[in-house]
Design a protein around this ligand. Structure first.
Ligand SMILES: Cc1cc2nc3c(=O)[nH]c(=O)nc-3n(C[C@H](O)[C@H](O)[C@H](O)COP(=O)(O)O)c2cc1C
Length: 195
């Protein structure tokens, strides 16, 4: 079973794995759990207390409705695409019971550097993944092509200074994820020594 509820929070974070969106099934979080997840997601470091992020939740029919926009835009971009490819786009958001779009909302006029505001949105995505795991759900943080498309941005209602930090897919794992190759951590750790 993934995630394993027997493990401590520290163990869960240390062994965290994403579960592919296509392997996320019902049940997903109920409304009270979604509220808790969003509360945890927002509990991130935030220089200047700007709250430079917001969340758009896709559940139930909302997922299919948004899939129509994805299919339409995909067809527009790739008129030669075969029907099955367009249908796959239509079905993207129904891969999981819940998709949360984490929107980075940068305030350009702020004294806080844009970089730090973007990092805070990334932290919100990661908090969401971890909170979902600790609640017993599996999750995956995806961007795919539609996080980088201006027409989709418009459909999402993004304002100036906003972009998609990630679509976090959440549900119950239908398969336990295998371990994957990890970067060599020792190569990435330095202990500072002036001499
Ligand atoms: C900002 C961001 C965007 C990502 N977008 C994608 C994506 O579009 N497609 C994909 O296969 N993985 C994407 N990933 C990677 C997965 O979320 C995941 O980290 C990867 O499959 C490795 O699994 P792990 O999280 O268990 O190590 C993205 C990760 C980040 C941080």
């Amino acid at each position: 079973m993934y995630p394993n509820p027997q493990l401590s929070a520290f163990e869960q974070i240390s062994q965290r794995r994403s579960v592919r969106a296509m392997d996320l099934q019902a049940p997903g979080p109920d409304q009270a759990q979604i509220d808790q997840l969003l509360h945890a997601a927002a509990r991130v470091p935030d220089h200047g207390k700007l709250g430079p992020w917001r969340f758009i939740c896709f559940q139930d029919d909302g997922r299919e409705a948004f899939g129509e926009h994805l299919a339409q835009r995909f067809h527009e971009l790739k008129p030669e695409a075969p029907l099955p490819a367009i249908e796959a786009e239509r079905g993207r958001f129904v891969r999981a019971p819940l998709v949360i779009a984490v929107i980075s909302s940068v305030q350009a006029q702020s004294r806080i550097p844009e970089w730090e505001q973007l990092l805070s949105a990334g932290a919100a995505c990661q908090n969401l993944l971890i909170a979902a795991n600790l609640m017993g759900f599996a999750a995956q943080w995806l961007t795919e092509w539609y996080a980088y498309d201006e027409v989709i941005d418009q459909k999402l209602g993004l304002n100036v200074g906003e972009r998609v930090a990630g679509f976090v897919y959440i549900g119950s794992a239908s398969a336990k994820p295998d371990e994957r190759q990890r970067p060599d951590l020792q190569q990435r750790i330095q202990h500072w020594n002036e001499s």
